[in-house]
Design a protein around this ligand. Structure first.
Ligand SMILES: [Fe+2]
Ligand SMILES: [Fe+2]
Length: 274
């Protein structure tokens, strides 16, 4: 009945897609919080797809096959990474296996294991997922602005209109500039890496959803997931300090994006689960 009325009124019926993006998962606390809560959160928001940044999911930092599988088994459809993604060599074969839904920053050297983008096939919809990394205050890798055009063209050539970019970067200005650079060409650009959610979620003029940082999933009474005493010691002495995660209450932070059938963002909303 609804369809008939809409057709009669000349209203174009547009299917909306709900995509949940979860910020950097930190260690044991972050993984077990996801295991307990992600499925309920997916249901609550009627999420069609869940993308999770897993660069810090392993105990001791980085990502391992064990921690990646824990995040996937919690309900994630695809994983993105960042500057800690290649720290553990045991993840390399996992990254090279094209059946594993995981991407690492696309601007690493071609010799790096894994791939920088993938297309997540959810049956009725396909979602292009790109992971790139900033170079301001980060490792000196390829300029993300120089490589992103080609990747977007390759995904669009596959007929995929919905594209989510995880831009893993330190500098807010670099993230903002990338948001404007990609406006109208991708569904959303979501910043990660600083582990602190920013209050600037918005839809840019061309229809791209944007947030400078999605936040993290891990122990809240901490310095970005690290025991605060250890973070202070590191800041004060500037000597090497072995970081550990505290066993304190966790929170899950991220964004919910709604996209139309043309891949334009229609809403972007910050979420937090404690
Ligand atoms: Fe991180
Ligand atoms: Fe990072």
């Amino acid at each position: 009945m609804g369809n008939i009325v809409e057709e009669h009124l000349g209203i174009e019926r547009r299917a909306l897609l709900n995509i949940l993006f979860i910020g950097d998962v930190v260690g044991e606390g972050g993984c077990s919080f996801l295991e307990k809560n992600l499925n309920a959160v997916k249901k609550h928001y009627s999420a069609d797809a869940v993308i999770v940044n897993a660069e810090n999911s392993a105990v001791g930092n980085g990502v391992t096959p064990h921690s990646a599988n824990r995040v996937l088994d919690s309900g994630a459809d695809a994983l993105t990474l960042g500057n800690h993604g290649l720290k553990r060599r045991e993840i390399y074969d996992f990254l090279d296996n094209e059946f594993n839904p995981i991407v690492r920053p696309a601007n690493y050297h071609p010799a790096a294991p894994g791939r920088g983008y993938m297309i997540l096939d959810k049956g009725s919809v396909r979602i292009g997922i790109i992971n790139i990394m900033g170079i301001v205050g980060m490792e000196n890798i390829r300029n993300p602005f120089d490589i992103i055009d080609e990747i977007i063209d390759e995904i669009k050539a596959e007929g995929c209109k919905t594209i989510i970019v995880d831009f893993h970067a330190e500098a807010t200005a670099e993230k903002k500039a990338m948001g404007f650079y990609l406006d109208g060409r991708v569904t959303a650009l979501i910043g990660t890496h600083t582990h602190i959610p920013t209050a600037d979620e918005q839809i840019l003029a061309g229809g791209t959803g944007y947030i400078t940082d999605a936040g993290m999933t891990g122990p809240m009474d901490s310095c970005l997931g690290v025991k605060k005493e250890l973070a202070i010691e590191k800041m004060k002495t500037l000597l090497p300090v072995r970081f550990e995660n505290p066993d304190t209450d966790c929170s899950m932070q991220g964004v919910l994006i709604t996209a139309d059938s043309e891949g334009k963002c229609t809403t972007i909303e910050r979420i937090e689960v404690r």
